[in-house]
Design a protein around this ligand. Structure first.
Ligand code: PLP
Length: 458
């Protein structure tokens, strides 16, 4: 609506899901039982769940209608053709290969193009992407621009690839790089966008070295919206056309429909190369299913097909990006240190700055994350030395940053929920100097953040 300052949720609510209030005493008991690990909580003991934006979005009435329409034929279902057409209208790659989620697409692609001695280059590999690259024996290199690693930098496209280092890496590893990836938006870097200009630069370098370019496109619509808002000359364009421009620069993509598919499950791999598609489909049949459903039910294909139409709607994207920025604005106004600028899907609290008295290996992020739950039933996610501090040889080293991520599920929470979250953060920040660190009591050898148990330090 022109002429108004308030950006409203562009939907009304027709089906509600109650959330449960708990007392501090209950939350203390639940947290103790969970070994002070927020992944160990039952989600109905959480009031506002900001653990992740993956698969946690609300579907529209049209998506639910699609769930009913879903055709469960094993081969050649009309739901498959709708799914394929909706993808190709944004990403006109020759071959679309459906998978049950993003990492299944990664697993198949890297099984074919990876292997010992190979090198995959990305602005920043997402953790499952890196894991799937390394599982094949290949190595994964991150080449985001230097600003992308500085939390206080307000560069408008902090997800951009460092073109100079890309060229140097392709020269050094010539003949061993089967693909360059660009992750849009750069999830591990805080949901930061990549500009069209940068993508064109990456494409030109890939062309010179004859290396294909892939998009890890999980948040493609949020990235396209930020291009529209921030990149010179893009402000009047339809987001769909910006998405098509991004697609036209690439040779293929991997996708998790749990993000900008606006669905609760799903993903795909898309490529132009016929021979690559043939080899990926062979693996698909082995691990996911027949090529017209992959790892998905017909109803999931319908939900994603409709989700892709809704996610590029300007009113939706304006609301989506603004509602994340709104939380960031409130926290900044309270003087709470956050990662700048606020990205598309999450706000990151800087726990090291909030708790300088807690040593990195006493996990300041864990202290802040558990305090948010104790204070107001808000669940965020530690992204710091708990998640990244364990080295393959079993020793510990502090992570570069100690953050708590508050990821915003799509179309789920209202502005008053977000106001409440900001109030909880404020209360925790006011007494952050009293928070205590943790020690790890037990933990698995890898990906310890999911199952480690903690004890508060005296
Ligand atoms: C979520 C995500 C993935 C993996 O997708 P899943 O559906 O969780 O398997 C890959 N890359 C990025 C950037 C992601 O955000």
């Amino acid at each position: 609506m022109d002429g108004f300052r308030t950006i409203i949720e562009p939907f009304r609510i027709k089906s509600v899901e109650p959330i449960r209030m708990t007392t501090r005493q209950e939350r203390e008991a639940k947290l103790r039982e969970a070994g002070y690990n927020l992944f160990g909580l039952h989600s109905d003991d959480v009031l506002i769940d900001l653990l992740t934006d993956s698969g946690t979005g609300a579907m529209s009435s049209e998506q639910w209608a699609g769930i009913q329409r879903g055709d469960e034929s094993y081969a050649g279902s009309p739901s498959w053709f709708r799914f394929e057409a909706s993808i190709k209208s944004l990403f006109p790659f020759r071959h679309v290969i459906p998978t049950h989620q993003g990492r299944a697409a990664e697993k198949i692609l890297f099984s074919v193009i990876g292997g010992p001695g190979k090198v995959i280059i990305n602005n920043t590999h997402f953790d499952t992407t890196r894991a799937n690259v390394e599982y094949t024996g290949a190595s994964a290199i991150d080449l985001v621009i230097p600003e992308g690693r500085v939390p206080s930098s307000t560069h408008p496209f902090k997800g951009n690839m460092d073109l100079g280092r890309l060229e140097a890496a392709l020269t050094e590893h010539r003949g061993h790089v089967p693909a360059v990836f660009v992750t849009i938006t750069n999830n591990s870097g805080g949901g930061q966008p990549v500009s069209l200009e940068n993508l064109r630069g990456v494409r030109a370098i890939c062309d010179r070295f004859s290396v294909p370019l892939f998009l890890d496109s999980c948040r493609f619509a949020e990235n396209a919206w930020m291009i529209r808002e921030r990149e010179p000359g893009q402000g009047d364009r339809d987001v769909k056309d910006i998405v098509r421009d991004m697609a036209a620069l690439a040779d293929g993509m991997t996708m998790s429909a749990k993000k900008d598919g606006l669905a609760n499950i799903g993903g795909w791999l898309a490529v132009n190369d016929d021979e690559l598609a043939r080899r990926c489909r062979e693996l698909l049949i082995l691990t996911e299913g027949f090529p017209t459903y992959g790892g998905l039910a017909g109803r999931d294909l319908e939900a994603i097909a409709r989700g892709l139409e809704e996610v590029v709607d300007h009113d939706y994207l304006r609301y989506r990006i603004r509602s994340t920025a709104y939380l960031g604005d409130k926290l900044r106004a309270f003087g709470i240190p956050i990662v700048e600028p606020v990205g598309g899907h999450a706000v990151y609290l800087d726990a090291r700055a909030m708790c300088p008295h807690i040593a990195p290996l006493q996990y300041p992020g864990q202290a802040v994350a558990t305090a948010l739950y104790l204070e107001g039933g808000v669940r965020g996610c530690e992204i710091g030395s708990v998640m990244f501090g364990l080295r393959p040889d079993g020793t510990e080293a502090p992570s570069a940053l100690e953050l708590v991520r508050l990821a915003i599920p799509r179309r789920v929470y209202t502005q008053s929920h977000v106001d409440f979250v900001a109030e909880v953060c404020c209360k925790v920040a006011e007494r952050a100097n009293e928070l205590r660190g943790y020690r790890i009591v037990s933990s698995p050898p890898a990906l310890r953040h999911f199952t480690a148990r903690f004890a508060p330090l005296a």
